[in-house]
Design a protein around this ligand. Structure first.
Ligand SMILES: Cc1cc2nc3c(=O)[nH]c(=O)nc-3n(C[C@H](O)[C@H](O)[C@H](O)COP(=O)(O)O)c2cc1C
Ligand code: SF4
Length: 492
């Protein structure tokens, strides 16, 4: 397998001139000669699937936005650049190498769905990437690329949920990163853009959580939310055609994927590979394999999909093959665990991450999640008994009740899969024959420094109320934040 460079360039592009010399701009140029239907049809022929984690067909999503257009209310395109999935650093790497291609992709999307504004949703903590995007944007505005379009960066909070698309729409509308009720299709940004990077929040419109449809009363236009890597891929498809796009990858998962490999590997790194590359090769080529004398025990793709065990390590990195193997490709952020890692400690760490990051709008997600996390914490410390593991199993059956976003299902499926895959390790902690351990630190990657992934250490003191207080106040963010904190205060 060779590393490829379709959306992730080996050397950073530092100016718009350089971008143009490297064939930049041709995707938008082609899109300007095409109708929205032709653009969507090209994406459909290419078979592009969203790289934010779900693999949803991009053409189908764009067509839904077009079908639900609202007369007099142009749509908004939202670039999801909030990357917070543990083990994932690919969007920041793409932006660091070439922010121009992401903005060009968003401009093509805006043309296709009839949007007059583009919001690039980033975390305030992504200082270097925010600067990169703002610099590129200033050059593109100056050069007339964005004419008739308001384009700005929304610097949002550091919470994991900010990357969930309905929560991102909430933040853009000036509210907390709390997911909206999941409709099959949703209305988007309600506010009127006042300037390139400012939103006028004075309209005072309330949250638009109603289902939308062509016949519904128009109160807000639809919003298209796409991941950074998805939009970067759009440019190549428009510039070089769907057949070219399909020269890499498989029938159902065409193209490439930008993978992050971290954990028990020799190196932590990010690189782009053809879809269909066996996971074992991805780990070997990007991460240098595991340390000498060790072997891979398990791999997690972020904290969104069931664990993949060593016997399935050769599974090709495609949506269909990962599904067949009982897991998911996710955002290609592979956390590798070798035979020295205690998987009960990993389960406790994953559970803690999801329980803390849960916003608490749905009580079972927060309270069952915190209970599972506490019980697994006790279990890895050798302080739990059989009945505690039964309680974990029971809580995992109820944690998703009434959930309005996917986070609760993540708790259920990832933890459930770890218990199922490593029963002997759970038993060893119940029998106290395994050494006591602490929950593994599972949190956002804040950097890849050289070949060293840097995990957000601050997360170890984050409480389920999203403060760093001595103890959990007992409140959940959805209750507490309304009273005590502003969205700006969430930036830590
Ligand atoms: C809890 C949670 C966190 C998410 N975080 C991100 C994220 O950081 N970046 C991202 O692109 N998508 C994230 N997603 C997926 C988005 O909701 C959405 O599906 C995606 O932005 C759609 O873009 P795509 O179709 O281009 O993949 C998250 C989803 C959930 C449930
Ligand atoms: S499922 Fe969990 S994270 Fe999602 S909205 Fe409900 S409480 Fe919040």
């Amino acid at each position: 397998m060779t590393v490829v460079h379709r959306v992730l360039f080996p050397k950073p592009i530092t100016s718009l001139d350089e971008y143009l010399k490297r064939r930049g701009g041709r995707g938008l140029e082609a899109a300007r000669q095409m109708s929205p239907e032709q653009i969507v049809s090209a994406l459909g022929a290419a078979g592009l699937r969203g790289r934010g984690g779900g693999g949803f067909p991009t053409a189908r999503k764009w067509q839904t936005i077009i079908d639900n257009a609202a007369a007099g209310f142009p749509a908004t395109v939202v670039v999801n650049a909030a990357e917070g999935e543990p083990g994932t650093y690919k969007d920041r790497t793409i932006i660091g190498a070439d922010p121009y291609v992401v903005i060009e992709g968003a401009l093509i999307a805006a043309r296709a769905v009839g949007a007059n504004s583009i919001a690039i949703g980033m975390k305030r903590t992504f200082a270097a990437e925010v600067q990169r995007v703002q610099g590129a944007l200033a050059e593109m505005i100056e050069a007339g690329w964005t004419e008739g379009m308001a384009v700005g960066v929304i610097q949002g909070p550091n919470e994991y949920l900010y990357g969930e698309e309905t929560a991102m729409l909430e933040v853009i509308d000036g509210r907390y990163p709390f997911p909206r009720i999941q409709p099959p299709y949703r209305r988007g940004v309600t506010e009127v853009w006042a300037a390139a990077d400012l939103i006028d929040r004075s309209s005072g419109l309330s949250a638009n959580i109603e289902l939308a449809g062509p016949t519904s009363e128009q109160v807000a236009p639809p919003a298209l939310v796409d991941n950074v890597e998805t939009l970067a891929n759009v440019v190549g498809i428009l510039a070089r055609g769907p057949e070219w796009f399909r020269t890499e990858g498989t029938e159902q998962s065409p193209g490439t994927i930008v993978c992050t490999v971290t954990g028990s590997t020799v190196r932590d790194d990010v690189a782009e590979v053809p879809m269909g590359t066996p996971l074992s090769e991805v780990i070997e080529v990007i991460g240098g394999g595991v340390q000498l004398g060790q072997r891979v025990k398990a791999v997690l793709s972020g904290v969104s999909n069931p664990v993949l065990t060593a016997d399935k390590i050769d599974t090709p990195c495609t949506y269909e093959d990962m599904q067949e193997a009982g897991t998911g490709l996710g955002a290609g952020g592979f956390m590798v665990f070798d035979n020295t890692v205690d998987m009960v400690s990993v389960a406790a760490g994953v559970s803690r991450f999801l329980a803390v990051e849960s916003c608490g709008q749905c009580s079972p997600c927060k309270h069952d999640g915190v209970a599972v996390s506490d019980l697994l914490g006790a279990l890895c410390r050798n302080k739990a008994g059989e009945s505690d593991l039964d309680k974990v199993r029971r809580r995992l059956t109820t944690v998703t009740e009434g959930a309005r976003c996917f986070l609760a299902s993540q708790q259920q499926s990832v933890i459930g899969s770890l218990i199922e895959a490593f029963p002997e390790e759970f038993q060893a902690h119940l029998d106290r024959t395994a050494p006591a351990s602490e929950p593994f630190l599972v949190a956002e990657l804040v950097d890849i420094d050289g070949y060293e992934g840097v995990i957000d250490q601050r997360f170890s003191t984050k409480q389920p109320d999203w403060t760093h207080g001595e103890v959990w106040s007992g409140q959940v963010p959805a209750e507490k934040l309304d009273d005590h904190r502003s969205p700006q205060a969430l930036e830590d």
